[in-house]
Design a protein around this ligand. Structure first.
Ligand code: COA
Ligand code: AMP
Length: 634
């Protein structure tokens, strides 16, 4: 489908990395402007499994902005904000963006924020979110962006863990038909957290300005206007650039740490190798700065590479229609578009023939990249046929910061296989392992694991939690990083990622923990036990389904309890959990040792065939569950 000239160049690049990993990354590091260039590339003795560029120093913001202005790119557009939900848009040149970032950095510095301090950013998709991130990077401060779809309790957990000196937020976000008032969420989160930030900068949006809390809050734009621009502070390559919290198997999110040096090198390398982009090109990543995809490919990588990045505050459908993505791509001459398969499924559902696409000139668009969840072959095939351009599925995680596998435009594409996430990126020695940690033969499913060390940009550890890092990722298979994704590597080296091996589900490309949802359901006074599983959803890939057993003597109606449970998850985790289904059952299927058989429940809900687990304590429960779910469908 996509030409086949690339196999040998990909193999050459992968082979070059295998033959000399340090030489490969030494060369990639030349694309970064270092304050102190690395003399050592990797120190296997440092950190939990080693550290990249241990003796180098740099500033990430300098690499994303200042150096391009110094090189004469000041007048080039760095960032385009396109917001169909407000009907507004804006463009920022590299010089203009640098000026704003330096001032916001100055405003933070004036409030005592310096290198190593944490700043939480809780914002919608406005340019000030990217400006705030880069301002932190400029000071060597560590940002932690929290997705706007999370509720106060989730924000509070992140404030408690990161202990920020300041929080940057906005008065509101905008969802179709609804204003998301951030200020009450922020206030509630701070009230819940044992740690209180000293300062909050609040961006007032005309759609819903808010009251500022005296003594704590300051208007973002006023603080920026009053500030003296701050210079870049160089930090060690191994110093954290950001913490991004992601769902773990429990309610307590994991603080993924990203370092400055490895991140800059790997992201810069990925822009040419993977996306085939160079300075001056336009990249649009239709995601959110609250997710890793947004951190890497809305903010950092395109700017590190001197590209123009598009930041979109809207949806694939409904703002105003299913032609929105094609309108944005055409208007801004986007060369590479990156989004989640869910967005394409949403467009296809509303415009199956792609009639809206015909209105736009997509001659500048060269490729569509998809990630965040497994791309089903019909979605890959539909979009490739419609666009007549390569559609590339690539697999990655918050933990990695860039792609573990993909297809590499900069190396010439090899033929795509719909349903596969491409081949391992140079830097990743990927294996499928059995439970004993032995590699399974090619073509057989196992747990996908990366032989240590992980490449640059991958997490060196979890924030202040080395032991949890080891336990969550390194202990299952000594010498490997456990991706917790099940899949296989086929005879030709293509990677097929099938499902998670843990309690994580993927809803509309959003990573969610069923364990966290179970903790919420279990807190309902009438619930004795519960299980949450991810069931198939034709639009969002997966959707959470909750099964609850009520306490004896409960008098409340089942429908009322279900409604309360849905409201509780929305209130404690957030609307993004998209938890809409709770069913009451008499019992939950368990093994004789008491473990709930979640995988079997999921198969029943998905109408897949299943074998009755030999360890089940009472097989009849499975029929009861099937009956409840069948009745629910009626
Ligand atoms: N702030 C506040 N609320 C948010 C939010 C945000 N940033 N993002 C989503 N939500 C809310 C939605 O409004 C929705 O609320 P509702 O229950 O009141 O309707 C809820 O969270 C669930 O959102 P979502 O799962 O996104 O469903 P949706 O029906 O609103 O939209 C799609 C469906 C397909 C249009 C949407 O999921 C989408 O654009 N997906 C693309 C995926 C993507 O970008 N993933 C990023 C990782 S690469
Ligand atoms: P996140 O950390 O939110 O990026 O989610 C990471 C998880 O999403 C991975 O562990 C996979 O389960 C899933 N995922 C991301 N991209 C892909 C892909 N291209 N194919 C299959 N699964 C994917």
């Amino acid at each position: 489908m996509d030409g086949s000239t690339g196999t040998s160049r990909y193999e050459e690049a992968y082979g070059a990395w295998r033959a000399d990993p340090e030489g490969y990354w030494r060369q990639a590091a030349e694309a970064i402007d270092w304050a102190t260039p690395p003399t050592r590339i990797f120190d296997g003795e440092a950190g939990v499994y080693g550290r990249w560029f241990p003796d180098a120093r740099l500033n990430t913001c300098f690499n994303a902005l200042d150096r391009h202005v110094a090189a004469g790119r000041g007048a080039q557009t760095a960032l385009i904000w396109d917001s169909p939900i407000t009907g507004r848009s804006a463009r920022f040149t590299y010089a203009g963006l640098l000026d704003r970032v330096a001032r916001v950095a100055g405003a933070l510095a004036a409030r005592g924020v310096g290198a190593g301090d944490r700043v939480i950013i809780y914002m919608p998709m406005v340019p000030e979110a990217a400006i705030a991130m880069l301002a932190c990077a400029r000071l060597g401060a560590i940002h932690s962006v929290v997705f706007g779809g999370f509720a106060a309790a989730e924000l509070s957990a992140r404030i408690a863990d990161a202990q920020p000196k300041a929080i940057i937020s906005a008065s509101c976000g905008l969802e179709p038909g609804r204003i998301v008032k951030y200020k009450p969420l922020l206030d509630a989160a701070i009230a819940l957290s044992p740690h209180k930030p000293g300062h909050c900068l609040i961006l007032q949006r005309p759609e819903h300005p808010c009251e500022l809390t005296p003594g704590r809050d300051m208007d973002f734009l006023d603080a920026e206007a009053a500030a003296t621009p701050a210079p870049c502070t160089d930090v060690a390559a191994t110093d954290p650039l950001y913490i991004l919290y992601t769902s773990g198997t429990t309610g307590k999110p994991k603080g993924i740490v990203r370092d400055n040096g490895g991140h800059a090198v790997a992201l810069m390398n990925s822009m040419s190798m993977l996306y085939g982009l160079k300075a001056g090109d336009v990249m649009w990543t239709a995601s959110d700065v609250g997710w890793v995809v947004g951190h890497s490919y809305i903010v950092y990588a395109p700017l590190l590479a001197g590209c123009t990045t598009v930041m979109y505050e809207g949806k694939p459908v409904g703002t105003p229609d299913a032609g929105a993505f094609w309108r944005v791509a055409a208007e801004h001459r986007v060369k590479v578009l990156f989004t989640a398969p869910t967005a394409i499924r949403a467009i296809r559902k509303e415009d199956p023939e792609g009639a809206l696409l015909a209105r736009y000139d997509l001659s500048a668009l060269e490729a569509l990249f998809l990630a965040g969840e497994r791309c089903d072959p019909p979605t890959a095939e539909w979009s490739a046929t419609l666009l007549g351009k390569p559609v590339i599925d690539h697999w990655w995680q918050t933990e990695t910061g860039w792609s573990i596998s993909g297809n590499f435009r900069g190396l010439g594409l090899f033929p795509n296989r719909p349903g596969s996430g491409g081949k391992p990126a140079p830097g990743y020695d990927l294996r499928a392992l059995d439970e004993a940690g032995q590699e399974v033969p090619r073509g057989q499913i196992g747990t996908l694991a990366v032989k240590l060390p992980l490449p640059p940009s991958n997490l060196p550890t979890l924030w202040h939690a080395d032991a949890r890092f080891r336990e969550a990722y390194l202990e299952a298979f000594p010498g490997y990083y456990n991706t917790s994704d099940a899949g296989m590597v086929d005879g030709d080296g293509y990677v097929w990622v099938m499902s998670r091996t843990d309690d994580i589900i993927n809803v509309a490309g959003h990573r969610l923990s069923t364990g966290a949802m179970e903790e919420v359901l279990a807190a309902h006074p009438d619930v004795a036990e519960c299980a949450v599983v991810g069931v198939k959803d034709s639009l969002k890939g997966q959707a959470p389904l909750g099964l609850v057993v009520l306490k004896a003597g409960t008098t409340k109606g089942e429908a009322e309890i279900a409604k309360e449970l849905v409201a509780m998850v929305r209130d404690r985790i957030g609307p993004v959990a998209a938890f809409r289904e709770a069913r009451v059952v008499q019992r939950l299927p368990k093994t004789r040792s008491g473990k709930i058989l979640r995988a079997t429940i999921r198969k029943i809900a998905d109408r897949e065939s299943y074998t009755v687990p030999p360890t089940i304590d009472d097989p009849l429960i499975l029929d009861e569950i099937a009956d409840v779910l069948k009745q629910a469908e009626k």
